[in-house]
Design a protein around this ligand. Structure first.
Ligand code: AMP
Ligand code: MG
Length: 378
């Protein structure tokens, strides 16, 4: 259940790793110093992986051991069974076919982790590998940071839920699902998700209810200046303190952000690509802050939003406008390149579905293949 979550506290090693001296191969445990090729030993017992039989190696003796077995006391080295000849006439007699130096094929107790050593820090992403490390300590539980409780509303009279028939002029509602999934991917738990008409009274009731139970409200559509865009006036009527409305970004200009009671509210533009860009560039950093990840490195698999500089390939990117343009495209990690793809208009979903990154083309700039460009990875 903790996979992909963020650790809330430190975990220190309680069980040294390895826990006891053990053999890393199937072979024979020997005592003493270096042994020359040809030296013979008498087999004095056997220790498999599992319960420690607490054997001791006597002089001139060898003990048969198998990978992971606790080492008999007195062991100074282990020889692989491939380097030993068992006598044809006496199964208890073995001869070294190679010399045996001390200290081979033994795992020392605590050489990987010793007691008290830090295994996890607060803010660490819980990957399969890290959770298995906790399991190797015998742990069954880990405290995690809870993401915000989020309400997602899509608005628009023209929108119909998938599964319903479309009348002329109607389209399917797709932003609600996108924002819900992006929020969940960012660590949120979505407590409300609904589609609302362009009606101030319905909006008012739904938002007021959401604010009582959610930490964040994401609204899509109706944040612009049209006659049917009621989101902003309704939020202001409800007493929201506006952090900002309209951003110098393309697509996604009408984005709104404010504080309503204990709730952070984002009003995202309805065009699907605008909604996505707004989420990636503005909402995602808010989720990361909520989880205390604002300074966390992305190399820990802390999700999308990572920015890096790569080389532009393919078509040129001209941005004559006074807003930075986030362009959809393919980032090729191997070549460290980005190539724009498909339609870039804010309603175009196909290019968004094919893309894995946005390139940020600064205002009043002309980028051509070979130029450096900043990208935001999904
Ligand atoms: P708005 O921001 O409400 O002015 O909507 C801008 C454009 O995005 C319009 O063409 C809407 O039909 C479209 N749109 C708004 N919300 C959604 C949605 N949830 N799913 C798909 N398209 C939407
Ligand atoms: Mg609308």
């Amino acid at each position: 259940d903790a996979l992909g979550q963020i650790a809330a506290s430190s975990v220190l090693c309680q069980v040294p790793m390895p826990r006891f001296r053990s053999t890393s191969v199937d072979g024979y445990a020997l005592s003493g110093g270096a042994h020359p090729k040809g030296r013979a030993f008498t087999l004095a017992g056997e220790q498999a992986a599992g319960l420690d039989r607490e054997l001791t190696i006597g002089n001139g003796e060898a003990i048969r051991v198998f990978t992971g077995a606790p080492l008999p006391s007195g062991t100074t080295t282990v020889v692989m069974q491939e380097d030993v000849q068992v006598s044809d006439t006496d199964a208890q007699k073995i001869t070294l076919t190679d010399e045996a130096a001390p200290g081979k094929f033994m795992r020392e107790a605590g050489e990987d982790l010793c007691e008290g050593q830090r295994l996890l820090s607060p803010g660490d992403r819980l990957t399969a590998q890290r959770l298995s490390l906790l399991a190797s300590q015998g742990l069954q539980e880990i405290a995690i940071r809870l993401g915000p409780r989020v309400a997602v509303f899509s608005t628009g009279n023209e929108l119909v839920q998938p599964g319903q028939p479309l009348a002329n002029g109607q389209i399917y509602e797709s932003n609600g699902l996108m924002l819900r999934l992006l929020a969940e991917q960012a660590g949120a738990s979505v407590v409300t998700a609904a589609h609302l008409p362009d009606d101030p009274d319905t909006l008012r009731v739904a938002i007021r209810e959401a604010v009582a139970t959610a930490d964040m409200v994401l609204l899509s559509g109706g944040v612009s200046v049209g006659d049917h865009d009621h989101v902003r006036p309704v939020l202001q009527e409800l007493g929201m303190t506006m952090h900002f409305w309209k951003v110098r970004v393309k697509p996604g200009k009408p984005l709104l952000c404010g504080q309503l009671e204990d709730c952070l509210v984002f009003g995202l533009p309805g065009n699907p690509a605008s909604s996505f860009v707004s989420f990636l560039v503005f909402c995602l950093p808010a989720f990361r802050c909520w989880l205390g990840l604002e300074n966390a490195a992305f190399d820990e698999g802390t999700g999308p939003g990572q920015r890096c500089s790569v080389v532009l390939s393919g078509r040129k990117l001209h941005n004559e406008s006074d807003r930075p343009h986030y362009v959809r495209g393919r980032f090729d990690a191997k070549a460290s390149q980005f190539e724009a793809i498909g339609l870039q208009q804010s309603h175009a979903l196909q290019s968004l579905a094919l893309a894995n990154a946005l390139a940020r083309v600064p205002e009043h700039s002309r980028l051509v293949a070979g130029d450096t460009v900043e990208v935001v990875l999904f």
